[in-house]
Design a protein around this ligand. Sequence first.
Ligand SMILES: Cc1cc2nc3c(=O)[nH]c(=O)nc-3n(C[C@H](O)[C@H](O)[C@H](O)COP(=O)(O)O)c2cc1C
Length: 295
Amino acid sequence: MITLQKGPVDIGGITLHNHLILAAGVLGTTGASLGRMLGSGAGGVVTKSIGPEPKEGHPGPCLIPLNGGLLNAMGLPNPSREYIDEITHLRDDPVIISIFGGTPQEFGEVASWFADTAVGFELNLSCPHAEGYGAAIGADPAIVRACTEEVAAYGLPTWVKLTPNVTDIGAIGRAAEEGGASAIVAVNTVRGMRISIDLRRPVLGNRFGGISGPMIFPIALRCVYDLYNACSLPIIGCGGIGSAEDVIEMMMAGASAVQIGSAVYDDITIFEQIADSLYGDDGLPADEIVGCAHA
Ligand SMILES: Cc1cc2nc3c(=O)[nH]c(=O)nc-3n(C[C@H](O)[C@H](O)[C@H](O)COP(=O)(O)O)c2cc1C
């Protein structure tokens, strides 16, 4: 297997300990769990998405296992501005603040709370199960551009996380680039649902939700491949990554780094496990493989 050079990497204006980042919303609700992930091999961590008002989230069930993945409709539960207290002790670490809002102004308002402490922002324009938020506005290039401009104006690195639930993800990526994004994260969950045959009703409290985990890896890979052709920003691959081989494959499609979410549910030591096989003493610089599958 190909191995990569060890050492810090600069991705979209943020210096990470390695290429492996904790994805938004997975163990990102407390500063303690973010710190634990950084301590166990994550090169950087993204927080739970924070919005303009505190939100309780959708009624349960909110998360169910699938054959090869997870289906969730958490509904963006978050403490809003109070979250600042969770991360003040991590101000020297690569902690990226995930933001959601319903308008460009709401994105800007949340960014303003963290502008003095954050190393960078990630805009959630992609959650598939929160009315008026996420993918509901992230499928419109004009809104994506306006939200990005609003947050990028704070002068911090601004990553934009895209939804796979669109016909042309390249057009959305280009809108983020025009708005001043410093990297694109691809992708959030794939919209889906399950129905209980016994109860004759949808299993999730919210009826539908987002699929994550290994079953979406080929979808995420294709999105990264499309974006590599459409945009010139660094791309961070996300969706179903659970091994060093998956990381290399994502990089060959065009990703400069990756995020890992669902795999953490199965194995809390996943960052160490992947890093052990991904990095070697005679490893290649990542640049040598990023996008090589386009040749
Ligand atoms: C329980 C759960 C909660 C999530 N919450 C968020 C969130 O708050 N913000 C966000 O941008 N993505 C959220 N996501 C999406 C993940 O960050 C990631 O994009 C997705 O799960 C695909 O990656 P994976 O297959 O490695 O999990 C969530 C995913 C799960 C499973």
